[in-house]
Write a protein that binds this ligand. Structure first.
Ligand code: ZN
Length: 173
């Protein structure tokens, strides 16, 4: 993921606007929904290119994953090999992650596990939780959106802040 030949990039916390094509949103969301039909949580990612304060999402990525249960709650895991594969893919396509998106069986919120073990770990990155195993179409109002702060604390964004930050672009892009 290192690009020593380039000037240092601004961090993701400099991003004030994220443009994500509807097709990418739907691609990831459909895969979350497919897992949900089997009562499994699932996680996917939005990847793209940062241009100063604007982040252009170009692709979705859904790694191989394992869904399971722990302490009565469900969770989804991506092992190290799969994370490595994703990082290679990102590097080859010159993309970086801006958001992880995962489903919950019912309510959308950040669980303790979500707080402690995010894949998205860069300051300024987003973690988006969708309710009801992604059964309904994705929308920014019913999703719970968190952003990683400089103190490595996940901050819940209000619906207003979410809508100001994320723009779903209709059409192919
Ligand atoms: Zn969760």
């Amino acid at each position: 993921m290192m690009t020593p030949d380039r000037a240092p990039r601004l961090g993701l916390d400099a991003v004030h606007h994220i443009r994500v094509p509807r097709a990418v949103v739907s691609d990831v969301h459909d895969q979350l929904r497919a897992a949900g039909r089997h009562h499994r949580e699932a996680v996917g990612f939005w990847a793209g290119v940062q241009e100063n304060a604007v982040f252009h999402v170009h692709a979705g990525y859904v790694p191989k994953q394992l869904a399971g249960e722990m302490d009565g709650g469900s969770l989804v895991m991506v092992d190290g090999d799969e994370l490595f594969r994703m990082n290679v893919w990102l590097h080859e396509h010159r993309l970086t992650l801006i958001a992880q998106v995962h489903s919950h069986p019912a309510d959308a919120y950040h669980s303790d596990t979500d707080e402690e073990y995010p894949v998205m770990s860069r300051v300024g990155g987003l973690s988006i939780v969708v309710p009801d195993y992604a059964g309904a179409d994705f929308d920014l109002v019913s999703a719970a959106v968190y952003r990683l702060g400089r103190e490595r604390d996940w901050r819940a964004l209000s619906v207003e802040d979410t809508i100001a930050l994320i723009e779903i672009v209709e059409g192919t892009r």
